[in-house]
Design a protein around this ligand. Structure first.
Ligand code: NAP
Length: 278
């Protein structure tokens, strides 16, 4: 039987509606600063879409395009600006400006991407904090699809700071038994076949094939790879659909959720800052 397709667009639309309701009930619209550095066309498109999403739910966005040498100074200004509740520094930064070094300059209270060392540390310790948007979106998709994580075998392929590591931490916090795979994993297929929940976040088109998937497993494809055939995931969708119980498509799976979770994080940051005002 063909796998159930988990519709990320629909779940993201429901998240946006929920966020719009929360924003409407707030005394002032949350403010999101978007920071775009350099000329990368894909980054420019992502930032534009994030600003459009923000406008749609009532979040006010403030756009900045600093020169590479001005990023640190701008982040300091945005940290101090009360109108700004969240700071989105679009990564990757151009050569000569270090992603991790600049990200660490963001005030953790405004860290809506959840990538500062403090946010990462809180997540690793299982404490409340800002969670990176893509892993948060994957968890929201799993919840929406009614996937039981307690005691489940979860396998994460990929160990980046942006996706794999935070996702493994979230799955562990949800009481899954987590196996973490990467490029040095000896037998990737054998590890993947253990999974009740298989998350592919390697950036390798078609890496996960049907023979690597246990019958009835839930397969979440984070991969977003631009190929000659267009945008593809890390999962051979057609083959794996014949084995899995549920699967996300690319596009239309995790991607829309990543965008939606930025809005969730921005509202959460704004609410926490409002509550902190004496
Ligand atoms: P990344 O920083 O390049 O990390 C890739 C990870 O996959 C690394 O840990 C690497 O292992 C592992 N890996 C690479 N080849 C492998 C192989 N053949 N077998 C097993 N593991 C392998 O990438 P990322 O930023 O995490 O992104 C991963 C994918 O998700 C990309 O396609 C990216 O475009 C996509 N993405 C999508 C969204 C979205 O919203 N949908 C958001 C973010 C990223 P090592 O650590 O050993 O090198």
């Amino acid at each position: 039987m063909a796998a159930r397709v988990i519709d990320g667009k629909a779940v993201a639309a429901a998240v946006r509606e929920r966020v719009a309701g929360e924003v409407a009930a707030m005394p002032t619209a949350p403010g999101l600063a978007t920071v775009l550095v350099g000329e990368d066309p894909a980054s420019a498109v992502y930032v534009r879409m994030k600003r459009e999403d923000s406008a749609q739910v009532g979040i006010e966005s403030f756009h900045h395009e600093p020169a590479p040498g001005e990023v640190a100074e701008l982040l300091a200004e945005l940290n101090a600006e009360p109108r700004i509740n969240g700071i989105l520094l679009q990564l990757p930064l151009p050569d000569g400006v270090d992603d991790a070094e600049m990200t660490a300059l963001i005030d953790p209270r405004k860290d809506v991407d959840g990538l500062t060392p403090l946010s990462a540390g809180l997540l690793a310790q299982g404490r409340p904090g800002q969670v990176p948007c893509t892993p948060a979106g994957v968890m929201e998709l799993l919840a929406h699809a009614g996937v039981e994580l307690e005691g489940a075998e979860a396998v994460v392929v990929g160990r980046s700071q942006l996706v794999g590591k935070p996702l493994a931490a979230l799955l562990l916090a949800a009481n899954a038994t987590v196996t973490h795979c990467h490029s040095r994993t000896r037998d990737l297929a054998a590890s993947c076949r253990r999974a009740d929940v298989l998350i592919a976040a390697a950036g390798v088109p078609g890496l996960i094939t049907a023979d690597m998937v246990r019958e009835g497993a839930t397969v979440i494809d984070v991969g977003t790879n631009r190929t000659d055939e267009g945008l593809t995931g890390d999962v051979d969708f057609d083959g794996v659909s014949g084995v899995a119980g549920a699967i996300t498509p690319v596009p239309g799976g995790v991607g829309p959720m990543t965008r939606a979770m930025l809005l969730v994080n921005t509202v959460a940051a704004a609410k926490a800052q409002l509550e902190a005002v004496p």
